[in-house]
Design a protein around this ligand. Structure first.
Ligand code: HEC
Ligand code: HEC
Length: 322
């Protein structure tokens, strides 16, 4: 009797341990779908790829955040209207909805507020509200859509709202790592070893949560300082003016990171190998071995998700390269 009770107790303990360890993983899976207004998102998609939103009609959001190519432009710094160069590397719009703030220095609190930035930025789209209203109103299709959705003629505010709604759907579910978290698959050995290293070395202290980043501000060079490139205005200091915010950035997401080179706010790392080494050395104080880099890389590859959910929904059959 006692033995039975004991083994039952032990069994229960084991079961609850199994559940809690699953729940205690510091990374969360991306949901398989999102609840959003599809009409708005469809309009948002059209605006996202519309070059009329830039002064010289050559640039759209998609020029710098290619929807079918990692949500980035793969340039060191972005190129805006009339070939103007930006100051920093473009982060991805994929899964940006999960970031606690937007931009490297977090100066926008959400996607809606963020989207106003590039439209007005003189080296990006260089536009104003009146010109946007004028240009969008020339299109009968836009007039009909704005009227139906917003009960208003085309205007910048509602355009930004629609773009933000579309971006909410740019989530990339079903990465092998998320399938592993849900208990649907086993990870290849190397990726699993990489995940363990990611945790034991301490990468996880800054890169965690649903976006494996995107939820805190941290330094570049916290253990071994990295000289800051002057004048990018991409750090928290540009927002707060506090000295301790120099060279401090929103931690970028590592979702789909193998698809978004080059790396860091100043694009100072051309490859993922290099970015991993810089992080291990400057942010944790380790000179890691080639084999360890390979393992971490295998783990990071397992964070590559499917075609963004909203694109799959609006355009079934058109998929990103795996
Ligand atoms: C000329 C290139 C360019 C264009 C056009 C552009 N962006 Fe960006 N985008 C950038 C750069 C560069 C940054 C980073 C700037 C910074 O952090 O200071 C950025 C940041 C962002 C972010 C923040 C992501 C994060 O992780 O913080 C989002 C979201 C975004 N852009 C969406 C858009 C949308 C929507 C449009 C169209 C309305 C747009 N962008 C147009 C280059 C561009
Ligand atoms: C102390 C916090 C911290 C730790 C620990 C940390 N990171 Fe980072 N990571 C950051 C910050 C901040 C950035 C952005 C730096 C910049 O852009 O200048 C970053 C950027 C990256 C990038 C580039 C992403 C991109 O899109 O540009 C990769 C890859 C990365 N980290 C991987 C790792 C790995 C692997 C480890 C462990 C070896 C690690 N990080 C440890 C804070 C951290």
């Amino acid at each position: 009797m006692l033995r039975k009770a004991f083994s039952l107790g032990f069994g229960l303990c084991l079961l609850s341990w199994a559940f809690t360890t699953q729940a205690r993983e510091p990374i969360e899976a991306i949901p398989l779908s999102v609840d959003l207004d599809l009409d708005k998102a469809r309009l948002g998609y059209q605006l996202y790829i519309d070059q009329r939103l830039s002064r010289d009609r050559t640039i759209s959001c998609n020029s710098c955040h290619d929807l079918y190519n990692g949500g980035v432009d793969h340039r060191k710094v972005s190129i805006g209207v009339e070939g103007a160069s930006g100051l920093v590397n473009a982060p991805t719009t994929w899964n940006a909805v999960f970031n606690f703030r937007q931009f490297w220095n977090g100066r926008a609190k959400n996607l809606r507020e963020q989207a106003a930035g590039p439209v007005h930025n003189p080296v990006e789209m260089d536009m104003n509200a009146a010109e946007v209203r004028h240009r969008l109103s020339e299109s009968a299709e836009y007039r009909a859509q704005f009227s139906k959705i917003y009960d208003a003629p085309p205007n910048l505010d509602d355009a930004l709202d629609a773009i933000a709604e579309f971006e909410k759907g740019l989530i990339t579910p079903n990465a092998p790592f998320d399938q592993y978290l849900r208990g649907e698959t086993v990870l290849p050995r190397k990726a699993l070893q990489g995940y363990r290293l990611f945790k034991t070395l301490g990468c996880i202290t800054c890169h965690n949560g649903i976006n494996v980043g995107g939820n805190s501000y941290q330094y570049l060079g916290v253990v071994i300082p990295v000289e800051q490139k002057k004048g990018t205005k991409a750090d928290r200091y540009a927002v707060t003016g506090r000295r301790f915010d120099r060279n401090r950035y929103k931690v970028p997401t590592l979702r789909n990171v193998s698809r978004t080179e080059p790396y860091f706010h100043d694009a100072s790392a051309a490859t993922l190998d290099e970015a991993i080494r810089v992080m291990a050395y400057h942010n944790l104080g380790y000179l890691i071995e080639e084999e360890e880099v390979e393992k971490i890389k295998a783990f990071l590859h397992s964070l590559n998700g499917e075609t963004p959910w909203i694109l799959k929904t609006l355009f079934p059959g058109r998929d990103i390269q795996p």
